[in-house]
Design a protein around this ligand. Structure first.
Ligand code: PHE
Length: 328
């Protein structure tokens, strides 16, 4: 018998001896001594190594290590699983807690998006989506951006061709909704937007927004204040201090931005833009602004997520680094 055959025969014999695995501890000790003891079968195999030709020695060494590992593994794993069993009988302890398996969880950005959606859905908003690749009309002209407006500049907008852009905001879907449906309208529109900006801790070439659009017969700035106040308190806590600060957007008049007060940083932080739908916008979608009024708002989800969870670099949200993600 050459060494390979000897190893195989020890393996066969061990498999026969260990199946079924003995269930009293004396028999297990005997099994260990028989195979792994100082004068056991495995040691005996090792002693044969001196007769193996130099050529075959690496192969034989590997086979020997393998069988030694296999035998130790089988014996050890049986002993581990019956450790709590002092009686020597191999009975299960049904009071032990079950095994738990690691499960994934929702990404903080998705979590933020879900929270925003559910807050608005609670007060009667529906969710709508729209195209990420759109024409100049929906992304700019219909929203009352004058032809020379800086937002159309090559530096901000990714152009596919002179007439087609990657949307720079979700406001394009305001136009699609008003073209397709008759008022009253009450929608939020989550989605991805693109801007050709230098990538840094605070900006990325792609990010997410949630747009809101509310059109009805008697809608005032007071309604908008009430709804956005409700949103802020639900999102950041009922004690959150907030303010409306006058601002400008081509498609809303009057316009405002909402800031929340950060105790930690001692400063106001901007979280969203809003305003009453400009009559020019209604005109571009053939809605009579003498009858219908509305307000719109838009917020960056990354920004809200970063403020809520104290994240200081936007790029962390896209890198899929488990050390970061596991903290949520
Ligand atoms: N679209 C604006 C932006 O991207 C946000 C906004 C939406 C402002 C709706 C007012 C009304 O900055």
């Amino acid at each position: 018998m050459n060494i390979k055959e000897s190893i195989e025969s020890v393996r066969k014999s061990f498999r026969a001896d260990s199946d079924p695995f003995p269930n009293d501890s004396q028999a297990v000790d005997d099994l260990r001594v028989k195979y792994l003891g100082r004068k056991g079968l495995v040691a005996n195999l090792f002693s044969k190594m001196k007769d193996v030709s130099a050529n075959d020695r690496p192969m034989a060494g590997k086979l020997l290590n393998d069988i030694k590992q296999e035998i130790s593994y089988v014996i050890d794993s049986h002993i581990d699983s019956s450790k709590s069993d002092k009686s020597g009988k191999n009975e299960s302890d049904y009071s032990l807690p079950g095994l738990t398996f690691p499960v994934g969880h929702v990404h903080p950005l998705q979590q933020t998006m879900d929270d925003i959606k559910s807050i608005f859905m609670n007060i009667g908003f529906s969710v709508a989506y729209g195209p990420e690749i759109d024409d100049d009309f929906h992304n700019f002209s219909a929203l009352n951006f004058p032809p020379e407006h800086p937002a159309r500049d090559m530096q901000d907008t990714f152009f596919i061709d002179p007439e087609t852009v990657l949307r720079t905001h979700t406001s394009n879907v305001q136009i699609h909704l008003m073209e397709e449906k008759d008022p009253p309208l009450r929608y939020i529109i989550p989605g991805r937007v693109y801007r050709n900006e230098a990538i840094s801790f605070k900006s990325y070439c792609l990010f997410h927004q949630v747009e809101g659009l509310y059109v009805d017969k008697f809608v005032s700035f007071a309604d908008q204040k009430g709804i956005l106040e409700y949103f802020v308190k639900r999102m950041f806590g009922s004690e959150t201090k907030m303010r409306f600060r006058p601002s400008f957007f081509p498609f809303t008049e009057p316009s405002a931005e909402v800031d929340i007060w950060s105790e930690k940083r001692g400063q106001w932080l901007e979280i969203l833009g809003c305003g009453m739908v400009d009559p020019e916008v209604f005109k571009s979608v053939d809605i009579d602004s003498d009858i219908w009024h509305g307000f719109a708002f838009g917020m960056g989800i990354e920004r809200i997520c970063m403020l809520k969870y104290g994240i200081d670099d936007i790029r962390l949200l896209y890198q899929g680094d488990m050390r970061f993600l596991e903290q949520f």
